[in-house]
Design a protein around this ligand. Sequence first.
Ligand SMILES: *[C@@H]1O[C@H](CO)[C@@H](O)[C@H](O)[C@H]1NC(C)=O
Ligand SMILES: *[C@@H]1O[C@H](CO)[C@@H](O)[C@H](O)[C@H]1NC(C)=O
Ligand SMILES: *[C@@H]1O[C@H](CO)[C@@H](O)[C@H](O)[C@H]1NC(C)=O
Ligand SMILES: *[C@@H]1O[C@H](CO)[C@@H](O)[C@H](O)[C@H]1NC(C)=O
Ligand SMILES: *[C@@H]1O[C@H](CO)[C@@H](O)[C@H](O)[C@H]1NC(C)=O
Ligand SMILES: *[C@@H]1O[C@H](CO)[C@@H](O)[C@H](O)[C@H]1NC(C)=O
Ligand SMILES: *[C@@H]1O[C@H](CO)[C@@H](O)[C@H](O)[C@H]1NC(C)=O
Ligand SMILES: *[C@@H]1O[C@H](CO)[C@@H](O)[C@H](O)[C@H]1NC(C)=O
Ligand SMILES: *[C@@H]1O[C@H](CO)[C@@H](O)[C@H](O)[C@H]1NC(C)=O
Ligand SMILES: *[C@@H]1O[C@H](CO)[C@@H](O)[C@H](O)[C@H]1NC(C)=O
Ligand SMILES: *[C@@H]1O[C@H](CO)[C@@H](O)[C@H](O)[C@H]1NC(C)=O
Ligand SMILES: *[C@@H]1O[C@H](CO)[C@@H](O)[C@H](O)[C@H]1NC(C)=O
Length: 767
Amino acid sequence: MASLASQSMHFGLVALLTYFKFLLLIQCVQSVSLSIITDKEALISFKSQLSLLTPSPLSSWNQDSSPCNWTGVVCNIFGRRVTGLDLSGLRLEGTLSPHIGNLSFLRSLQLQNNQLRGPLPLQITNLFRLRVVNMSANKLEGGIPMNITNLVELEILDLMRNQISGTIPEELSRLKNLKVLNLARNLLWGEISPSIANISLLNDLNLGTNNLTGTVPSDISRLKNLKILDLTINNLIGSVPSSIYNMSSLVYLGLASNRLWGRLPSDVGDKLPNLLDFNFCINQFTGTIPGSLHNLTNIQIIRMAHNFLEGTVPPGLGNLPFLEMYNIGFNRIVSSGDDGLAFLTSLTNSTRLSFLAIDGNLLEGVIPESIGSLSKELSKLYMGGNRIFGKIPKSIGRLRSLTLLNLSYNAVSGEIPVEIGQLEEQQFLGLAGNQISGSIPNSIGNLEKLNQIDLSGNELEGEIPSTFGKFHRLLSMDLSNNRLNGSIPKEILSLGSLSTILNLSNNFLDGRLHQEVQRLENVVTIDLSNNRLSGDIPSSFKNCKSLEKLLMANNMLSGPIPSTLGEVKGLEVLDLSSNQLSGSIPSDLQDLQALRSLNLTFNNLQGLIPTGGVFRNFSSVHLEGNVNLCLHLVCPENAQSRGRLVKIYISVAIAATIAFILLIAMLIIVRKNKGKIIPASELSIKKLQMISYEELRQATGNFNQENLVGSGSFGSVYKGYLREGISIAVKVFDIKKNWILEELPCRVWSFKKCEAPKSCEIVDIML
Ligand SMILES: *[C@@H]1O[C@H](CO)[C@@H](O)[C@H](O)[C@H]1NC(C)=O
Ligand SMILES: *[C@@H]1O[C@H](CO)[C@@H](O)[C@H](O)[C@H]1NC(C)=O
Ligand SMILES: *[C@@H]1O[C@H](CO)[C@@H](O)[C@H](O)[C@H]1NC(C)=O
Ligand SMILES: *[C@@H]1O[C@H](CO)[C@@H](O)[C@H](O)[C@H]1NC(C)=O
Ligand SMILES: *[C@@H]1O[C@H](CO)[C@@H](O)[C@H](O)[C@H]1NC(C)=O
Ligand SMILES: *[C@@H]1O[C@H](CO)[C@@H](O)[C@H](O)[C@H]1NC(C)=O
Ligand SMILES: *[C@@H]1O[C@H](CO)[C@@H](O)[C@H](O)[C@H]1NC(C)=O
Ligand SMILES: *[C@@H]1O[C@H](CO)[C@@H](O)[C@H](O)[C@H]1NC(C)=O
Ligand SMILES: *[C@@H]1O[C@H](CO)[C@@H](O)[C@H](O)[C@H]1NC(C)=O
Ligand SMILES: *[C@@H]1O[C@H](CO)[C@@H](O)[C@H](O)[C@H]1NC(C)=O
Ligand SMILES: *[C@@H]1O[C@H](CO)[C@@H](O)[C@H](O)[C@H]1NC(C)=O
Ligand SMILES: *[C@@H]1O[C@H](CO)[C@@H](O)[C@H](O)[C@H]1NC(C)=O
């Protein structure tokens, strides 16, 4: 009985327990479903603040299914809570909903590469389980919320390429688990707090391209795990604390484009044995090139252009098999004697070298024959502005990947080697300002990818090769200041791609100008001054719709000024002085609204001087030396009767003199103003290179609206990314035409577009 009773009691107990368990389970299920419902609601309201493409990339996000099945949503293994959200690159537009702060189990939030704008909602700082936050490449604004310190588990914070402003909150240093802190390319200002060194696990610190001021805190050297330190393009001043050169973990050290000074320690390579990328360009560093860098056998990039470095190139360049870029341009590096450039021979061991710049120094020497043994990958070779002499070695023809060769402003002599025609990838050939003689080899015509050719200021003679007609991508040609003779090949006047300048001035070119000149539809400046050209001015100039400057002074051109010049609406400067032009001044020139300088002096022009348009402004028009010109009121019946004209001639001459003085004054003012406007950094713009339409198209994602920064009467501005993560901004007038990519030292790039009626314009400069 007792046992029965106890048995039944036991049974009852078990039943009771089971019932409780059941109750508990129900509660549990209820709480779970509540949470997933919270997550779902949060995601739905997150979605509701976005404007989405059609078809919507978030079409799977609907009330009927579990959020764990939605695009970009990750739940924990039981499928109960949302732990990850990865919506990168879905072209999401809109602001971030504060409801995102309800995803309380979230560990990873990846919204990079979208168009999200507005501030980071404070509620994000409730997500204390977050480990990864990547919101790079959006349009987020506002500051970094202080309460971000709640995210104690955060390991990655990547907010690169947004418009985040304000200072870097000191509180960030409480994020002890942070390994990656990337705030580059934002609008941050203020100083870098030394407390940042308290984030002891940090291995990637990128604060580049902001507006940070103050000095580089020496505390940073306490970051014993730091591999990447990028402080490029800021306003940092002062000397670099020596402790920074002690951070042996560093793989990348970028301080370029600040206002830092001090001697570069010669043992930097010994102290930073893991360094692969060293970028100290555009600062005020002194001392010599640290030879110890040449001891780092794995190093890939060495850049210290635009500083005040002195001394010679230290030995050891033969030890760098992985070197890709060596840039010591625009310093005060010296060398002397015939063998002054022997260090180039050592670089033949660097089989991956693609960029070599030694320009703007005091290097003396002959280009070694071994230049042809440099890397097969060598794409850019800058040697201009030194004291290089002797001939260009034939071996240069072996550098088949070369896209840019700049030897300008040296003392190079001898002839241009025929072998240069083998460099079929060339886009820029600059040999200006040397003593190169002989004739231009026909083989240069093989360089069909050329964008720019500058052979000006040499002693070249003979004819311009008609093979130049093969330059179908040429944007500018400067052959001025040589001794070229013969006529201008009509093939050159047919180069429709020419869009900045055709400069053949100061040569001995003769013969007539062909009607073909009409093909030069895109060119902004044509300068044929100081030659021996004869015959008529072709009326077909009217088709050169982009022309702003037409300079043909000091030739033997005859016949009338074609009235069709009045159709070149953008013409600003027309100089036909010192020719043998006759007939009257076409009244159509009055219609040229943009014309601000007209020089027709010393010709045989006659008849009435028009009175409208540019002719209203005496200071813009120069007519002296044309004895038969007359003003309307005093024009004799017979324009040939001289007597009364003398007076007019004198008065015109006086007016012209006054005008000349005014012009000089104006020029001085304009110069002064220019000097004020252009910041020093832009004055150092030295290197031009072309980018093809195709490259541009790729860089901007086929001119994707997503990359459209703004548009207006000026055209449209796109942002884009070129190779190697180079960021660009481009202004598009006509996307079918070519662009000029301006390369600043150390690969700070900017775009220039040259198109009439506006000439080249720098659009933006970024790294
Ligand atoms: C996810 O979708 C699949 C079918 O598409 C379905 O079988 C599964 O039950 C769904 N899971 C959840 C948690 O909704
Ligand atoms: C979710 O977040 C919003 C805004 O932060 C808040 O108003 C709401 O009460 C939250 N909902 C839940 C279920 O927690
Ligand atoms: C953030 O996303 C971008 C774009 O996908 C990626 O390149 C970058 O490496 C990510 N950041 C981190 C720290 O992983
Ligand atoms: C920041 O977090 C603290 C607690 O960590 C809280 O008291 C405070 O209200 C939060 N501030 C904001 C603006 O959310
Ligand atoms: C760094 O952390 C230590 C203790 O963790 C603290 O005493 C110190 O004030 C912090 N330094 C800065 C600069 O915040
Ligand atoms: C950067 O900071 C300097 C000095 O604080 C200031 O003069 C300048 O206007 C700032 N530039 C930008 C782009 O904010
Ligand atoms: C650099 O490190 C060495 C060895 O760790 C140390 O003795 C020296 O004081 C450090 N120098 C600086 C400037 O921090
Ligand atoms: C390069 O390394 C060698 C051997 O380790 C050493 O003898 C030499 O002094 C170093 N050169 C420089 C410039 O540091
Ligand atoms: C190239 O490297 C080899 C082996 O590493 C070395 O012996 C040679 O001297 C180097 N050449 C030059 C020009 O430095
Ligand atoms: C051009 O100059 C070369 C060398 O100075 C001379 O031989 C040739 O006859 C000249 N040609 C013409 C057409 O004047
Ligand atoms: C006009 O042409 C003459 C002759 O070529 C020249 O001397 C004068 O400087 C020119 N004037 C202007 C303002 O360009
Ligand atoms: C070529 O080098 C010279 C001298 O350094 C410089 O003036 C010129 O701008 C350079 N041209 C290009 C396209 O790099």
